[in-house]
Design a protein around this ligand. Structure first.
Ligand code: C2E
Ligand code: MG
Length: 707
């Protein structure tokens, strides 16, 4: 701009000078030409005579010329110099920056032209200047907006020049790095003052490995595994750093965005802790235990003489405590047990909770199995004194399965499985026992696994059949009804009794399916016999139900459906539930039993006398029939106490208007005794073994009365 104005000024000055010269010299040249012409055209004689005249003329001419020159100078000054001076002044104003200059002249055409050009030029200058001003303004605004934007960002932003020198750090970045004057810090100082660690390896970075050094070498870096240690602060940082290249592909600077991820890292740490620990007891959970087991197995493989052991604990009768005292007490008990377990192990051992009332101890680097059994004994010792929890004194015992870890184990789950198997054996031995895993247990466990697999396929292959055992009136000897007893026609093992597979079906969740099938088949079958034999319209059928079914909300609907479909009267069906599997609360609170009873379906307590149900309790539960356990019947001849128990059951059941069925009647003497005690119904080998449907049909056709 300034250059342009100077050029203008020079132009005006040159133009003015040119005009001035032409105005001053043109008259003199004309006069000189006239004098020369006069000398040339005049003769020599005349020349002398006329010399005087010529002198006078010359003087006059000179005066004329002077006058002409003066006049022309005056005219020139007025018409040329003044406008030119005006122009010069205006040009000087423009040079000073005042572009609002317009020059008006009434002069010679050339000067007017010059003035017009000058005016056009200043106008052009004004337009360009205001455009430049607007551009400049926009640039300034953009820069300030960019600055505001960078300062307002919630992440730190910094810029390094190619030498690593920080050239900019925004406010958040300054706070994070505790830098007051970013421009004073070189890359080396930065790395030194702010110790930067690799979050994973916990090793400090060398300058050449720093993300910024890598970015300055042309690499775009993103990491959330960086920690800045400065002035006692440790800040985990996530960082993106991008190199910016010039047209020669040289890094001109590197832009870094970084943020404090303390909260995130804390949350991640908490999450991974939670993923590996049990929320209730704070012990390692199954995941962490499995990880530890893998490491331990690997160590056993590397180290010939290294031994370890796994103790699998399951609290005895925890469910009863939990159900009777409530979950709060149950939880408190688990926490207290967890603490005691931690007391019996060393620092390098692991106590974990698998879930429910199952705990596992991993004993590291032991001498032999004795060390593991000693720990087992110490656990029993710890549990000998009762826990005082929420006002209750609770004694709890545990069954422990022990397995000695060797290099032959290849998987953690195999170890856990074997400890679990041993624990089941300990449970079977009685309460507060331990069992050491051996090969025999493994064989049994394998058989059990096969049984489970076969059982799953048994439905598809339709391998279940129902046998029917007659129930007889002891007074008349007439057939009263049947009990449906399921059998499994195993493809290789032959006929299997429920005792061999019902508990497995319960454990693997197949019992609902099985009970439902038996219920449907048995009802169908009895309805068919009722219809086939005129005098058997009230033939009864007893169907066993697993205790798990007592809370099954869809059972009522299924019973309704089946009764409806088969046309069987509801009072012809009785559902048998084994007493030993029941506890008072379950029976009393079972809506299902109440609904069934209200619908007219009979409820039988199977194996009565063997469980926890006290006689006076019978007042409050929805029951119709008591099936006296066969252990009382078997001894009835010799055992006075058993006879007395049966007598009491009879008295009470008469008072409560309950029916009684004596089960396991095998001899005529037993039958006589039971008749004498007033027992109404009987079932057992004396009358008949459980029969196939074909055998029942034969029986119904030929013999229906027993002596
Ligand atoms: P339970 O309900 O007490 O059935 C009577 C059991 O005693 C039957 O054994 C029967 O064969 C046997 N028994 C009958 N009379 C005599 C006798 O005079 N002497 C002797 N020693 N035993 C006799 P089973 O069929 O092996 O059934 C055993 C248990 O399996 C049944 O006991 C019942 O609790 C359960 N069960 C049977 N069928 C089913 C079913 O369909 N579903 C469910 N959930 N459980 C069933
Ligand atoms: Mg039964």
């Amino acid at each position: 701009m300034q250059g342009f104005i100077l050029q203008m000024k020079t132009l005006v000055q040159q133009a003015s000078l040119g005009l001035l010269v032409s105005f001053l010299f043109i008259p003199q040249v004309i006069i000189l030409v006239i004098v020369l012409l006069a000398i040339i055209i005049t003769s020599e004689s005349d020349f002398a005579a006329q010399f005087h005249i010529q002198k006078v003329l010359a003087v006059l001419l000179f005066l004329g010329v002077v006058t002409l020159v003066t006049f022309s100078s005056l005219v020139m000054a007025r018409c040329v110099s003044r406008p030119l001076l005006k122009l010069d002044e205006a040009a000087q104003e423009v040079a000073k920056g005042d572009l609002q200059q317009t020059v008006t002249v009434n002069s010679v055409r050339e000067v007017q032209e010059l003035a017009r050009s000058f005016n056009q030029m200043t106008l052009q200058l004004q337009t360009s200047f205001s455009q430049m001003q607007a551009l400049n303004q926009a640039l300034v605004e953009n820069e300030s907006r960019l600055h505001q934007f960078l300062e307002a960002l919630p992440v730190g932003v910094s810029v390094h020049d190619p030498t690593g020198q920080l050239t900019y750090v925004n406010r958040v970045g300054q706070n994070l790095l505790s830098i007051a004057h970013p421009l004073d810090i070189t890359l080396e100082q930065l790395a030194e003052a702010y110790q930067m660690y690799d979050y994973r390896t916990q090793l400090p970075y060398e300058t050449e490995d720093l993300p910024v050094t890598r970015a300055l070498a042309g690499e775009a870096v993103h990491t959330d595994e960086l920690e800045i240690h400065h002035n006692g602060r440790v800040i985990p940082v996530e960082l993106w750093i991008t190199p910016v290249f010039d047209e020669n592909k040289q890094v001109v600077y590197a832009i870094t965005a970084f943020q404090d991820i303390r909260d995130r890292k804390q949350a991640e740490t908490k999450l991974s802790y939670n993923a590996l620990h049990d929320a209730l007891t704070d012990l390692p959970n199954r995941n962490l235990l499995m990880e530890q087991l893998k490491l331990t197995i690997n160590r056993a493989k590397r180290q010939e003489d290294y031994k370890f052991a796994l103790l699998f604990l399951d609290l005895d009768r925890f469910k009863v405590i939990n159900d009777s005292l409530g979950h709060l007490v149950g939880d408190e008990l688990l926490i207290a047990v967890a603490k005691k377990l931690q007391n019996v192990i060393r620092a390098n051992d692991v106590a974990a909770r698998l879930g429910g009332d199952e705990f596992v101890l991993l004993l590291d680097n032991i001498e032999g199995i004795e060390e593991a059994t000693q720990v087992g004994e110490r656990i029993f010792d710890q549990l000998r004194s009762p826990f005082n929890l929420v006002g209750h004194n609770i004694l709890v015992t545990t069954s422990i399965g022990i397995v000695l870890g060797t290099k032959d184990y290849t998987s953690a789950s195999d170890l856990l499985r074997d400890a679990d198997i041993a624990m089941y054996h300990a449970k079977a031995k009685g309460k507060a026992q331990y069992a050491i895993f051996d090969l025999q247990m493994q064989i049994q466990a394998r058989e059990r696994l096969h049984l489970e697999n076969d059982l799953r396929q048994a439905f598809e292959r339709q391998e279940f059949v129902i046998y029917y055992q007659p129930i007889v009136s002891l007074k008349t000897g007439c057939l009263h009804g049947f009990e449906a007893l399921v059998r499994w026609q195993h493809p290789t093992k032959g006929i299997l009794h429920p005792g061999e597979f019902i508990h497995v079906a319960e454990e693997i969740g197949l019992i609902t399916l099985l009970d439902d099938w038996v219920l449907q088949e048995a009802c169908c079958q009895v309805a068919f016999w009722q219809n086939s034999f005129q005098d058997l319209q009230t033939l009864k059928i007893g169907v066993n139900l697993s205790v798990q079914e007592i809370d099954n909300p869809i059972l009522m609907r299924r019973v309704e459906e089946i009764l409806h479909r088969t046309g069987l009267e509801s009072n012809c069906l009785s559902l048998e539930i084994t007493e030993s599997a029941l506890d008072k609360q379950t029976v009393a609170s079972s809506h299902l039993l109440l609904q069934l009873k209200a619908r007219g379906v009979q409820i039988s307590i199977d194996g009565f006398g063997n469980g926890y149900m006290s006689l006076d309790y019978l007042h409050s539960v929805p029951v119709n029939i008591l099936k006296i356990d066969r252990s009382f019947i078997a001894d009835i001849d010799n055992n006075r106490k058993n006879k007395q128990i049966i007598k009491t059951i009879m008295t009470l059941s008469h008072q409560l208007k309950l029916k009684t069925i004596a089960t396991g009647v095998e001899t005529y003497q037993q039958l006589e005794q039971l008749r004498g005690l007033g027992c109404e119904l009987g079932q057992g080998h004396y009358f008949s073994q459980p029969l196939t449907p074909e055998a029942v049909e034969n029986l119904l056709t030929h013999q229906r009365v027993w002596e």
